[in-house]
Design a protein around this ligand. Sequence first.
Ligand SMILES: [Zn+2]
Length: 407
Amino acid sequence: MKLIGPFKQVVTLANLPLRGKLSDEQLEIIADGGILINENKIQKIGNFETLKSENQNIEIEAIEEEQIVLPAFVDSHTHICFGGNRANDFAMRNAGKTYLEIAENGGGIWSSVQHTRNASEEELLKTLLERINFLISLGITTIEVKSGYGLDVMNELKMLRIIKKAQEQTKATLVPTCLSAHLKPRDFDGTNDDYLSYILTEILPRVKEESLAKRIDIFIEKSAFQPEESKIFLLKTKDLGFEITVHADQFTPGSSRIAVEVGAQSADHLEATIDEDIEFLAQSNTVATALPGASLGLGEKFSPARKLLDAGAILAIASDWNPGSAPMGNLITQASILATFEKLTTAEVLAGITFRSALALGLEDRGKLDEGLKADFVTFKTNNFQNILYNQGSLKAESVYIDGKLV
Ligand SMILES: [Zn+2]
């Protein structure tokens, strides 16, 4: 066993409800605290001196300077396996060009598909690991990574195999998701229905065979897949034994309702969700995930996080890091900004990037500092946890621990 501390504050996020609004008074903050670790799990949290006297002859990892500690963060929605760069899309969009004009100039998702298909496996793995390391440096140790820039059997499998390879080279937990239903590729000869059937019959059996992903995602939107065909597709993927997540209500409402109806783990985006569907989400176990990085990348409104929490939904916040609509990748900055626009408490934001986003990935063994949970945590050199969001991302994480070990 090993005792780490003392920390000026241990913000445990323990004993908080899974859904609905939170006040900062509900946060458990242990002053001069320590974390007792057994193997890769948390044995106990408490006052450092008390833990020290209760446990003689154990290894002590002393924290010399004034630091605080929180559970490590969980980014439950990213597209960080990609080739190329879409800085020109960003510039054109800001110069007033339309989605169509950008696509006609060689931009849009299709350009990332081409770059990703053309990139070597070495190059994709290298850049993926660089992005993972950046996220770890922010204190994020659980990262969902989607396919969806391959869009045919060979290239979707290539992406998912690279994500699997990356898992062998990082201590962070990667959660792969198959997003072959990102959009129908331009070189596919057939209807949307034909392409969704192709995913079901050609891609998913291979994904299963090689254990490349347990989760399936789909982009339900006017420009991608329509509600009815998507629902049929999702129910079929469920029959195949996959978990489901949905890109829902980004520009037009209606698809979060489908996510709830098919029992999805999460419905992500929700910028366009109408009040009636907020209620629907709030009464379900589908995690509602806000993606402020996409709002900041596109200059669009934020997801109605305040309304979702007030209605009693489980709100997660994720980065949506991707080369097109959300190029920033800094979840802490994004979550801090979402808080100022949507009036979220510190507790609500911290819950949204820890145990609530873990639940969006079906993970219940992390996201809080509590007995028996995975010993992933992040420290900041400050004496007050409020400084994290207050600094909007410019207060950097000091140390990141995975399985109780400094990385
Ligand atoms: Zn996305």
